[in-house]
Design a protein around this ligand. Structure first.
Ligand SMILES: C[S@@+](CC[C@H](N)C(=O)[O-])C[C@H]1O[C@@H](n2cnc3c(N)ncnc32)[C@H](O)[C@@H]1O
Length: 311
């Protein structure tokens, strides 16, 4: 199957990086290499690009797509939370720009056997990194009802989270839940019919929640951003595309704290905490896809781009 993925907010992100042709740029979510290709095409022979992804299929697709850029490009299979140590291995201390385009690619969603989609009946999987042993099956069969409720409510923002968790636990008592089809059917039975009509596919939110939990998507983001900002040279920028409010909230608040890290009470006449600003938020409001992009790429619907510049 060909690696199909339409890059979201492509021009806005690449323009947002303010690329120096001889700079060092990193993409922590390489995917099919769509953003990467645009970045690489703006570099000269002195510039370099490091692409990171934890998914073997993305590494293969991006390696093929970027091969014309030769030695300018280095591709690493890793989690972006290890960006600093991966760069150190390459002898790189600081960089001029970082891109994160979060979540899963269309290729991952559309490849049936990866188990991300509720549209086909396959074994429950949802791992972005298939070297990891835990899968969605383990979450569905082993998490307590309370934990299932918590993740479906918090990461899926599903108002029927409690009922869905209850039904999962009732069903698995009869025999383990092995496939996306079984899980989808349980979710259907947990949501009143009148709410299933206009609210998109009933399994969408629960599948998103399990995927976020399994791949530790929010934790990894929260734990990586300060280090990424530290990795930037003065004037260097980080551009982050998020796809739901939980991710966007994390990016917004960490950018804000890095712009103004002062912890002194507001009535102190001068700052005594000694925390120094790391730079400035370029996007007071997030950049959203244009009407044209929204029409041509349904995946862009919830996308938001935020940019921070290091001082
Ligand atoms: C939305 S796609 C990126 C698409 C890419 N920007 C393009 O234009 O082709 C997200 C990619 O990030 C990868 N990914 C998500 N979280 C990651 C993480 N914590 N570490 C490394 N890769 C990650 C996924 O495997 C997926 O390939």
């Amino acid at each position: 199957m060909a690696f199909e993925h339409k890059s979201v907010l492509l021009e806005e992100t690449v323009n947002g990086l303010n690329i120096k042709p001889d700079g060092i740029y990193v993409d922590g979510t390489l995917g099919g290499g769509g953003h990467a290709w645009e970045v690489c095409s703006r570099l000269n022979d002195k510039g370099s690009f490091i692409g990171i992804d934890q998914d073997a299929a993305a590494i293969e697709a991006a390696s093929a797509r970027l091969c014309d850029f030769g030695e300018r490009v280095t591709i690493v299979r890793s989690n972006y939370c290890d960006m600093k140590s991966q760069l150190q291995k390459l002898g790189i201390g600081k960089v001029d720009g970082i891109v994160l385009d979060l979540g899963v690619s269309s290729y991952q969603l559309d490849t049936a056997e990866r188990g991300f989609s509720y549209r086909v009946d396959v074994p429950l999987d949802m791992r972005m990194d298939r070297r990891q042993s835990m899968t969605a099956r383990d979450i569905v069969n082993d998490y307590s009802e309370m934990d299932l409720f918590r993740i479906i409510r918090d990461y899926g923002e599903d108002k029927f989270a409690k009922n869905i968790a209850k039904h999962i636990v009732l069903e698995r008592a009869k025999g383990s839940i092995e496939t996306t089809g079984q899980l989808t059917e349980i979710i259907r039975q947990s949501i009143p019919m009148k709410f299933q009509k206009n609210a998109g596919h009933p399994a969408k939110r629960t599948f998103q929640a399990i995927r976020i939990e399994l791949n530790r998507e929010l934790e990894v983001l929260r734990d990586s951003l300060d280090t990424m900002i530290e990795l930037l040279n003065p004037g260097g920028r980080i551009c982050i595309i998020t796809f739901h409010s939980l991710e966007d909230r994390i990016v917004k608040s960490i950018f804000k704290r890095n712009e103004n890290p002062c912890t002194c009470p507001s009535d102190f006449p001068v700052c005594v905490c000694g925390n120094v600003s790391k730079g400035r938020v370029i996007t007071r409001k997030p950049i959203l896809p244009s009407e044209e992009e929204l029409e041509n790429n349904s995946r862009s619907k919830s996308a938001k781009l935020r940019i921070f510049e290091r001082c």
